[in-house]
Design a protein around this ligand. Sequence first.
Ligand SMILES: N[C@@H](CCC(=O)N[C@@H](CS)C(=O)NCC(=O)O)C(=O)O
Length: 217
Amino acid sequence: MSSITLTAFRWVPPMVQGIVRDVRVRWAVEEAGLAYQTRLIGPAEQKSEEYQRLQPFGQVPAYDEDGLVLFESGAIVMHIAERVESLMPQEPTARARARVWMFAALNSIEQHVQRLTELDLFSACEDWAALRRPAVLEAAQRRLAMLAHSLEGKEFLEERFTAADLLMTTVLRIPHHMDLVARFPVLEAYRLRCEARPAFQRALADHMAPFATKPGA
Ligand SMILES: N[C@@H](CCC(=O)N[C@@H](CS)C(=O)NCC(=O)O)C(=O)O
């Protein structure tokens, strides 16, 4: 039985609760049926030498499994998924296809929805943001339309749920402050279908639980 410790934030502002990247790792661990413990950190630990030895950029998540220290949520999810059939098929072609979509989620979709979300949540009052937003929105919509086209008539990105769907769902959750994903009924139905999984519900609840207590309260 391995010992897994996942690092997450002790508290984040309500506007980003539910979309911090530890959610995807919690979800993968839950799908894999593994037990884990959480180490919650705040700004001081984030900046510490000790933490940056685990996560060189001082970000979350960081993951420690019996002394094997990993960072980058996508790499952590892949590490977990490669051991469990429920997240990653054994058959080589299906496995390669799942990997393709994992990278697509993180490299071809996430950057667009992240850019738009950052603009809206952190820079909305800046004059430059108003000028930049239409092009950023247009690029995100174009990419999501193509993703919706790929998912047309399908339940999941490939034959069945895999770690690729897990990552893609967490990416589609990023622009939660607006109806961007809901503009594409295929994507909205897909997101809701994946989020209905009990493992996701447990992961989200465990991610949210610490935020009930405000720091210093
Ligand atoms: N590519 C990294 C990104 C990690 C990341 O952006 N983490 C955010 C939370 S979702 C963070 O720690 N932000 C605080 C900071 O950058 O100082 C991954 O997927 O793990």
